[in-house]
Design a protein around this ligand. Sequence first.
Ligand code: ZN
Length: 431
Amino acid sequence: MSRTELIDSYLRRLFPLHRSITGDANRTTLKILQELIPLQILEYSSGESVYDWTIPQEWQIHEAWIKNRQGEKIVDLNNNNLHVVSYSRPVHAFMNLAELKPHLHYLQDQPRAIPYRTSYYQDDWGFCLSYLEYQRYFSDDGPYEVYINAEHFPGSLSIGELLIPGRSTKEILISTYLCHPSMANDNLSGVLTTALMAQTLMQIDLQHSYRVLFVPETIGAIAYCCHHEQQMQQVSVGLVVTTTGGPGAYGYKQSYCREHWLNEMVEAVFLRHKIDFTVYPFDPHGSDERQYSSPAFRIPCVSLCKSKYYEYPEYHTSLDNLKLVKAETIANSLQLYEDLLFLLDQNVVFENLKPYGEVMLSKHDLYPKTGAAFIPDKTGYSELDYILWLLFLCDGTQSLWDIAKRLGVEQHRLFEIAGQLEAKGILKRHV
Ligand code: ZN
């Protein structure tokens, strides 16, 4: 099976699940992802305080519909998971249109779209429908029979976690959110991109360690940070993976830290692929970078997106579906993310262990013997030049990315030669 076919098959399996902030569909999603990667499923109990928040009760929805005067179902959860406001409380009542209307959500400017609405932190209920459905089925005053069979009960909030060890204990965070029901770009695309990135990472010899998380947005990230406060201090940078499969433009949300090299790396990946991209400067709206970059953690995070959340008309509606999102687009975004990870992983700091004056190369069998080692590559540097520059610049303060930028060369080439100097005991890496 090709990667695109694999993505497509998982999109189709995961799309129908009625995920929310908590509940069995989230666990089922994580269990399906366990076919791809060995995720641990963590459960945090309802009612527990996590920083300024409380872990909510579990929500299980069984049935939701509205019937007209003739007893015909005119809105039915069975037809689309978005028809009920997520986390709605139960209701069974007959009401006229004036009473019902505050609980009906539709978009006049997108008459075919069912909006996605949640009521996580308010005790409320509601239905979502397209404006066309509203016009068609709600032309009289009723009464309408309204029924939501849902339960809220003490249970737990589920998080998927995968720790992938590398040579260094310094970590890179990869986080995505799994709380959205039946929408493909936001955020099944992010879920699958994350799972497949983790699968790739598990197959290579890593310089850094990786912490891969699948959390319900906001409360999941907060709960996880609260339970792993020490561990999160080991994280140097983070990727918040979301909306990677839309038909629109590529773009990236920058780190809160404007001058951070993480922003430069993302742009380098786009440039390498000759992709035009939009830059979204950090702002405190958005996804879980809000938690990871908050004052206590200050982890610089980026999100590399294709049709970024907020930015496409189908966002948070039923039109964000499997017609809009193509597996091939997700596969392309995955490739960009993997190129970024390749840069991130090899961005290591080395220190010259013989910093007093110049290293005598021949003594360490480092002076190149073949003529080829003196011939510059396309960046203008010969192998000897790389050795000399690395020995000169590796003072324990500059990373390979800093050096690559300064010289205008590929970080990968520096990484290779630094590895040879490390093997000779002349360079030592900071771990
Ligand atoms: Zn969303």
